[in-house]
Design a protein around this ligand. Structure first.
Ligand SMILES: Cc1cc2nc3c(=O)[nH]c(=O)nc-3n(C[C@H](O)[C@H](O)[C@H](O)COP(=O)(O)O)c2cc1C
Length: 363
């Protein structure tokens, strides 16, 4: 059945490649080929990546409104969930908070021990997200060298155990996000994908770099096609998707079932609407105006204040000012000014003023 589907898909791709000029065919392809993860179906799949300290509740709401089809929590430490002092600030537990408007939402957990991951999955599932994602890609030393995140790529039997236990602890779809391999010499992603499919994983996201690369070097998308040739679960491509053109090319060139966007969402959260619009119409959206930029920033502030205590709400927005005003003349000074503001009312007034200002123009 999977082979038949693959053959059909190759034929469909060939048909579109021949009949439609490059600029017209990807949108048909992406729409022909929805991303299906358990009961979730989106088309085309343009996803917000999980990002520690970035993809918090307010930012996820913003990205969802701008067109991200599925959003993910920051990664949540399984051990942290199990050990957190119930009388303390419960920072790890708060990472599981979400707003209904974010659905479909994935909760990402990480850990080296299958027992902790099983228990953490029970806790996360009890919050009723739409899926559980296992982080098998984090490259930072204090995660990967302890056997969690990308560390699981060096111990595939343990990755299998973790996936098995996580699946046993939830009825939700379980997905995995990983990298090509530990380093260039040990790339086993095709075998990993097969193993994950055998273990009942519902979708696989591949950051097309190795652990050794971190965020450096060019991601190698060619692996996506090789994975797709061997498994029938959806494969989501991640790494350096920065605009409508790179997203469209990823769909056409690799046959991926979805793309996941990380850093560009910080630099330019409108990337989701731009990609979605381009995939649906073949037209490029104009750059957001100053008014739209300020309005989005105001909305982000509103969501942050609804969720966080005032002081932290302001702090949480700091890392996003650069993105909201990037490319505008005076943006650097403005970012600094807004980032230093400690009073909510003053910040709101300043944003109000900016909405009608003429001194901040596109360069
Ligand atoms: C600040 C930051 C935090 C991240 N945190 C996570 C995380 O919690 N879980 C995860 O799977 N990946 C995490 N990543 C990796 C991203 O999800 C993504 O795989 C990577 O940035 C490549 O995609 P991009 O080129 O679109 O940014 C993080 C990346 C950044 C820049």
């Amino acid at each position: 059945m999977a082979i038949l589907l693959d053959a059909q898909y190759v034929l469909v791709r060939f048909f579109f490649t021949v009949l439609f000029p490059r600029s017209d065919r990807w949108n048909l392809l992406a729409l022909e080929h929805p991303l299906i993860i358990g009961p979730i179906q989106v088309s085309p799949g343009v996803l917000l990546a999980p990002m520690e300290d970035v993809s918090d509740l307010p930012f996820r709401r913003i990205c969802r409104e701008l067109g991200a089809d599925i959003v993910y929590t920051e990664f949540v430490n399984a051990e942290g969930l199990l050990r957190e002092d119930p009388t303390g600030p419960r920072r790890t537990f708060h990472k599981l908070d979400f707003h209904e408007a974010e659905r479909p939402l994935g909760m990402q957990i990480y850990g080296a021990s299958e027992l902790s991951m099983e228990e953490a999955t029970r806790i996360a599932s009890s919050r009723d997200p739409d899926l559980i994602d296992i982080n098998c890609g984090c490259w930072v030393s204090n995660v990967a060298l302890r056997g969690a995140g990308a560390g699981l790529l060096r111990d595939l039997p343990q990755m299998r155990q973790v996936v098995r236990r996580v699946r046993s602890a939830t009825d939700l779809p379980v997905t995995v996000k990983t990298r090509l391999g530990w380093d260039a010499e040990t790339i086993q992603i095709v075998d990993v994908a097969r193993m994950l499919q055998d273990e009942g994983v519902s979708a696989l996201t591949v950051h097309c770099r190795t652990r050794a690369q971190g965020h450096k070097g060019t991601p190698d998308y060619s692996w996506i096609e090789r994975i797709k040739a061997k498994v029938s679960i959806p494969v989501i491509l991640n790494g350096d998707i920065t605009d409508a053109a790179t997203a469209a090319a990823a769909f056409t060139d690799t046959g991926c079932d979805g793309v996941m966007i990380g850093r560009e969402a910080i630099r330019h959260p409108w990337v989701f609407s731009e990609v979605q619009h381009f995939l649906a119409t073949g037209e490029h959206l104009p750059e957001p105006t100053l008014k739209q930029r300020v309005a989005l920033c105001q909305r982000h502030l509103k969501y942050a204040l609804e969720y966080y205590p005032e002081r932290y709400g302001l702090i949480s927005l700091r890392r996003h000012f650069a993105g909201y005003f990037r490319g505008m003349r005076g943006a650097a000074a403005l970012r600094q000014e807004l980032g230093q503001e400690k009073d909510v009312a003053t910040l709101q007034q300043r944003l109000e003023q900016l909405a009608t200002a003429s001194d901040l123009v596109a360069v």
